[in-house]
Design a protein around this ligand. Structure first.
Ligand code: ADP
Ligand code: GLC
Length: 498
């Protein structure tokens, strides 16, 4: 079985800003349970060192462009025991603030150097240059922060095979041209078929151009990113590499997100005891200052507050929800204008609209457990995890038909309801009216208890645990190895027939 170096910039519960953290916190352990030998590599941010107290140095990394050596620290991932390596370089990672943004919400000015360092450390380990005896067969890098990893490995043979997973193509790690020199990268990489992207240095292109295999987090998103609409300028490159690109649906950590054992929620329940959700609803109404109205359909939304997530559409739909005598609770942080708009809405409609601005893991669990419906009107969604949590918690997801949302929620159309396969409301169209029409459908189903119950139960029966998806990653690793060996064969013996 494969030895896998899993390189990531976040992993829950050590550090998380979104779904990448959830995936990196749970996929490696499942791969391990399937027989892979996995090491997780991430930066030793201050928060991570605070949470992973028992670590010890295993190597000194003498990497280019650093004024002092970095250290590789080893610990065990909380809950799973996966061996975790941290790149410890205090000038880059020991600071208060987020992994990507400073305390004022601006990208750290030295992000290019900080994440080139992560990639360099990964490459050093992969190529046996880090002074540790373990070497992977596969380097699995994730998102732009790790995009340079295959770049630093590309000219060395033999080397492990490389896999790059796109969690969100909208975030590309674009920097000024001057960074190329600062990072000590050769000018030969400054071409449109390498790292240049319209006059900027693109980290994500490193992953997309130089990895043996590419994946993204749902089959539909794998197709969408090959179109100009959702390709963010990289659709041509992705079409060119289409034979190397697969879509593998994210799984969820079904221990962390389990209504039967969730310790954050007021009352645990399963499909047979769904009425217990009422207690969670009452508690949530109390927690957020909503009227204690058990009849009002309660709609939840937990999200990064950015345009991708259709927050503006949700805001435009609030007056309809009030008209339908529903309540709505928002939890999120992100763009200032959305944060302000949500605060204003809550102030204008006390008892009916609640907005918690901030990041609160426990509150996210409580909303999933208490709400009747969950809103995800995303403009694009590579996979999305909250609709999967919602299904598990018997909270009917209302989603736009894009990316992973289209792949995981089955619309409550008349035929699907009759066949007993519907799990949520899926709508087309990208304006507020389309969302309002979807909410209208949700409200009338809610008023029909037997239909609603069958929708909820069907959702709760779905299995989005990692087991199936992790097996697809193992297949992907196998393909990467075969393609890599084939490429090496060709390079070493150019005249050989296939
Ligand atoms: P994305 O990664 O694009 O943000 P996902 O649906 O894949 O979207 O994952 C989002 C993850 O982040 C979920 O676990 C969700 O509960 C969590 N999350 C987002 N915003 C918040 C918040 N303000 N407080 C707590 N959890 C949040
Ligand atoms: C990204 C995407 C989200 C996906 C997550 C984990 O942040 O926006 O759709 O679920 O990564 O893969």
């Amino acid at each position: 079985m494969f030895k896998v170096l899993f390189v990531t910039s976040e992993a829950h519960p050590l550090i998380k800003t979104g779904g990448l953290g959830d995936v990196s916190g749970s996929l490696p352990a499942t791969l391990q349970s399937l027989g892979c030998d996995v090491r997780l590599l991430l930066p030793a941010y201050r928060t991570v060192l605070d949470r992973l107290t028992s670590v010890s140095p295993v190597a000194q990394l003498n990497l280019p462009q650093l004024v002092a050596p970095a250290r590789l620290l080893e610990g065990r991932f909380p809950g799973t025991g996966v061996t975790t390596w941290l790149v410890d370089y205090p000038p880059a990672y020991d600071r208060s603030g987020g992994p990507y943004l400073d305390p004022l919400g601006q990208p750290w000015g030295d992000n290019a150097g900080r994440f080139a360092l992560l990639a360099r450390a990964a490459a050093a380990i992969a190529l046996g240059q880090a002074g540790v005896s373990w070497q992977p067969d596969i380097v699995h890098a994730n998102d732009w922060q790790t995009g340079l990893t295959p770049v630093f490995m590309k000219d060395t043979y033999p080397r492990p095979a490389t896999v790059f997973t796109i969690h969100n193509l909208a975030y590309q790690g674009l920097f000024d041209q001057a960074e190329l020199g600062h990072l000590g990268l050769p000018w030969s990489l400054w071409t449109p078929d390498s790292l240049e992207f319209y006059g900027r240095l693109s980290f994500i292109k490193g992953g997309l151009v130089y990895s043996d295999m590419l994946s993204t987090v749902s089959p539909t998103y794998a197709r969408e990113i090959q179109t100009p609409d959702l390709g963010f300028g990289l659709d041509g490159l992705l079409r060119h590499r289409a034979d190397r690109l697969v879509g593998i649906l994210n799984g969820i950590d079904d221990k962390e997100w389990d209504p039967q054992h969730d310790s954050w929620i007021v009352r645990n329940y399963d499909a047979a005891h769904i009425s217990a959700k009422r207690d969670n609803k009452r508690a949530l109404q109390h927690e957020h200052g909503l009227d204690p109205d058990s009849q009002a359909p309660l709609v939840g939304m937990v999200s990064r507050l950015v345009r991708q997530k259709g927050v503006d559409l949700a805001i435009s739909a609030v007056s309809y929800l009030l008209h339908a005598r529903a309540q709505i609770v928002f939890l999120g942080n992100g763009e200032r204008s959305y944060e302000d708009a949500l605060r204003r809405l809550a102030a204008r409609h006390p008892g009916r609209v609640a907005a918690r601005i901030g990041y609160d893991e426990a509150a996210a669990h409580r909303i999933e457990s208490a709400a009747d419906m969950f809103l995800m009107p995303s403009r694009f969604e590579p996979c999305g995890l909250n609709q999967l949590y919602s299904l598990r918690y018997g909270t009917v997801p209302i989603v736009r038909r894009v990316g992973g949302l289209a792949d995981t929620v089955i619309d409550a159309s008349e035929p699907n309801l009759r066949a007993g396969v519907a799990t949520g409301i899926v709508f087309d169209g990208d304006d507020a009216n389309a969302l309002i029409a979807a909410l209208g459908r949700a409200m009338s189903l809610y008023r029909n208890p037997s239909r609603w119950r069958s929708l909820v139960h069907c959702g709760m029966r779905q299995d989005f645990s990692w087991r199936a998806s992790a097996q697809h990653y193992i297949d992907l690793y196998r393909s990467a190895r075969i393609l890599h060996d084939h490429t090496i064969g060709k390079n070493q013996n150019p005249g050989a027939s296939p």
